[in-house]
Design a protein around this ligand. Structure first.
Ligand SMILES: Nc1ncnc2c1ncn2[C@@H]1O[C@H](COP(=O)(O)OP(=O)(O)OP(=O)(O)O)[C@@H](O)[C@H]1O
Ligand SMILES: Nc1ncnc2c1ncn2[C@@H]1O[C@H](COP(=O)(O)OP(=O)(O)OP(=O)(O)O)[C@@H](O)[C@H]1O
Ligand SMILES: [Mg+2]
Ligand SMILES: [Mg+2]
Lengths: 255, 255
């Protein structure tokens, strides 16, 4: 039995890609077999792992033409971490998917076809609530919500929760919140501490205990095409994502 | 003669909204009459100025039904700074606009109708290259590109430049680059200095001399519904946006 987790937040720049790559890598280094799926036209998860986006073997073809082939799954610099890359044709996918049948179910079919043997499938979503993100939420068993500890990110949380509710009421009744994850946290600022206090009070156990601190090494590692655990394993960023992976595995044990 | 400037970058969280609000406020405090237009479904420019999004007087109605009325233009806490607010119905706008005629020209018509008497119209775009952003680029005379000095933001620049090129070749031949603006700059990190060096080398005069530093006061001000010049006028963030407004006005003089 495997689990599909979407990493989503329509607010931009909150650490979705950074979480997908580094959580995925930590779980792989802990012995799990992981499939990352990049459905963001920016293809940041793809390039952050040093993979050159290639229009032939990308998720775009599979989403639009429903031709699903094992060639979609690529290797990464980490053993037992695999990737289905994105490419820029995905920009047109939102418009092209609209007319088709089962437009929100396309990704779910692809993942069902390719997920055998994986322990976790992690989907990196774009910063929007359009059809690509909806495909991610419909395909997922649960959602990780990276949350920058700032005002606009907090404002957007309600909108995201409403969208998750709507998806749960329609195409994916079993969709759960895996957890809200504080990212780029700077304990010295009052704003950050206010946001953490408000969110923990309101969402209680839906919030991960692990907090990802602001750490420039996390911003440097994608330029080397490596997850943080390979680029700078002693950094605070690496330690935090290892702790998150442990907490995630512990949470499954309780299921 | 007025000028319409789109603030756009599909990379999320790079400072689009922060730039739209604070540049707009600085220009208004320098005696210009400014109209801010929020076309991001997140409605951050709207809430960042303390305005409650209201489904009746929003850009959504005007875009979809083409009923343009002066009631769209609202006051803000700053004299001579006005706002056309966004609201969450804009999420559906991308899907709804597709079927209609002149789907990329809708915003241009609205602005033409309402822009009399304004010196600058500043459009805050969402983090994507979909129909809402295309409407912004088609309506604009020029584009300000906020660029976080990090790897993924640099990666996305090529894609954005290609899109601007495509818009220039089709619906808006006179679209220019107003400037690339470095945001959240931290001079202590090597990564930031590498990005600044690469971009200035490649884009030369298309890059603003003004650089916006990382400054927590900029992240705090929207929670008070105020631009930085009213929240903390002595902060580094406020000084930087005042300098940007001066540079922008100087650049027009040279036209
Ligand atoms: N904890 C952190 N500390 C410092 N920098 C970080 C951290 N997490 C992410 N970053 C950097 O911040 C920027 C935004 O992060 P990232 O791209 O992962 O966010 P995102 O939500 O995926 O963005 P988008 O909405 O564009 O998809 C990136 O440049 C990234 O390298
Ligand atoms: N120079 C700065 N220093 C510190 N914080 C900043 C700065 N500029 C913006 N911020 C904060 O960083 C976050 C991202 O900025 P902002 O929301 O303006 O970016 P955006 O590009 O509009 O995001 P989106 O892609 O979601 O529309 C916000 O919380 C904002 O308050
Ligand atoms: Mg991302
Ligand atoms: Mg914004």
């Amino acid at each position: 039995m495997n689990k599909t987790i979407a990493v989503s937040n329509q607010k931009g720049g909150v650490g979705k890609t950074t979480t997908a790559i580094n959580l995925g890598a930590c779980l792989a280094m802990a012995g799990k077999k992981i499939l990352l799926v990049d459905i963001d036209p920016q293809a940041n998860t793809t390039s952050g792992l040093g993979h050159q986006p290639d229009a032939d073997t990308s998720i775009y073809n599979a989403l639009i033409n429903q031709n699903i082939d094992n060639g979609l799954v690529c290797k990464t610099p980490v053993d037992s971490l695999f990737l289905i890359p994105a490419d820029i044709n995905l920009i047109g996918a939102e418009l092209e998917l609209i007319a088709g049948e089962g437009r929100e179910l396309r990704l779910k079919r692809i993942i069902k076809h390719l997920s055998d043997g994986f322990d976790f499938i992690i989907i990196d979503c774009p910063p929007s609530l359009g059809l690509l993100t909806l495909n991610g939420l419909v395909a997922a068993d649960s959602v990780i919500i990276p949350l920058q500890t700032e005002y606009y990110a907090l404002e957007g949380l309600k909108l995201l929760m409403n969208t998750i509710e709507r998806v749960r009421d329609s195409a994916n009744p079993s969709l759960e919140i895996e957890g809200i994850l504080f990212t780029m946290y700077d304990s010295r600022t009052t704003l950050a501490n206010q946001v953490v206090y408000e969110v923990r009070k309101h969402f209680k156990d839906d919030v991960f205990k692990t907090v990802i601190p602001r750490n420039v090494r996390l911003a440097e590692s994608p330029s080397h095409g490596l997850p943080i655990q390979m680029y700078d394993p002693k950094s605070k960023g690496s330690e935090a994502y290892i702790e998150l992976a442990r907490e995630l595995i512990r949470r499954q044990g309780g299921n």
